[in-house]
Ligand binder design. Sequence first.
Ligand code: FO1
Length: 326
Amino acid sequence: MKIVALAGGVGGARFLRGLRDALDADPGLAHSTLTVIANTGDDITLFGLRVSPDVDTLLYTLGGGIDEAQGWGRAEESFAVQGELAAYGVQPQWFALGDKDFGTHIARSLWLGHGLTPTEITARLAERWGLPGRGITILPMTDAPVETHVVVERAGGPEAIHFQQWWVAERAETRAEKFVVAGLDRATPAPGVLEAIGAADLVLLPPSNPVVSIGIILGVPGVREALRGTPAPIVGVAPLIGGRPVRGHADACLRAIGVDSTAAAVAGLYADFLDGWLVDPGDLESGPYPDGMQVIAHDGPLLMSDRQAAARIARASLDLGLSVNV
Ligand code: FO1
C-alpha cells in the first residue's frame, strides 16, 4: 500500500513510528510505503542557522535518534555550544539546541547556502537516518520559506511573534489572537506532494495539532483540493481526549480560531475531505460529528503512552481506512 500522512511534531512523529511498526508486523502490509508531508511553519532561524523542528522531530523519531522522554531533540544530548553562545551573550536562549542537533542545523544551512531545496535537503538528512530503506519518505509541505507567527495581545496593542517564541518562551500562555503564516499564500506544494496524495491508497492524519501543524499544511495552496480529489480513503486520529490535548497546546490554538476543543469540532475542520475519524472511547458520544463521516472509538485509551500503544492506535486507523467506504 502507498500511505500518505500529513504530520507535525511530536504526536505526529510518534504515531508514524507506530504506523511503521504496525505495517512491519503485518506480512500483507510490510512492503507498504509511507510518504510524510511535514509541516514547516514551525521553522525558525537561530544563530544564523535554519531550524526545522517538525521535520527534525520526524527524522529523529523515525530514525531512532529522538530524545524519547522529551519527544524532540536528540537522545544523549549535550549543550556545550549553546553554553558558549550564552557566555557571549548571544540570544535567544529560550530554545534549547543540543550539540548533536546543531549538526542537523549546520548541514541544512550549509546546503541551503549551496542552493539545495528543502526537499533535497530533507532527502539527504533522511538518508543518514536510514528512512528510504524503511520505505519512508519525508517531504516538506513546501520549499517556500514560510513561518507561523502568532498575533498576541500586549499592553501596547497587538504584536506578532514567532510561533516558537509563543509556544516555547511563553508556553502558549499568552492569549493568541490569530495565526499568520508569512509566505503561505504564495507557497506551492513541494515536488511530489500533490502526486503522492493523488496516488495514495490511504491518507492518514495523525493526532497532530489541527491548527498550527495540520492546519498549516492544509493552507498550502492546492493541498486541500488534492485531498478532496483523491480516490484514497482519508482517516484521522483525534488529537484531543475528553477535550484536552495529550501534550502541547492544541486547546489554546483552537481557542484562537474560535473552535471548541472537542474531537467532534476538530473533525469539523476536516469535514470537506475526511472519511473516517478515530476517537477516544469517552469521546464517541461527544458529537455531533459531520454527516457521512465514519467515527469509531479506539478499543482502549487514545493515548500513545508507549511505542506499542502508538502501534495499536496506528493499526486501528489503518483498519478504519481499509474498511471505510468512500
Ligand atoms: N520545545 C520546547 O518546549 N523547548 C525547547 O527548548 C525546544 C527546543 C527545540 C529544539 C529543536 C527542535 O526540533 C524542537 C524543539 N522544541 C522545543 C520543540 C518544538 O518547539 C516543537 O516540537 C514544535 O515546534 C511544535 O510541534
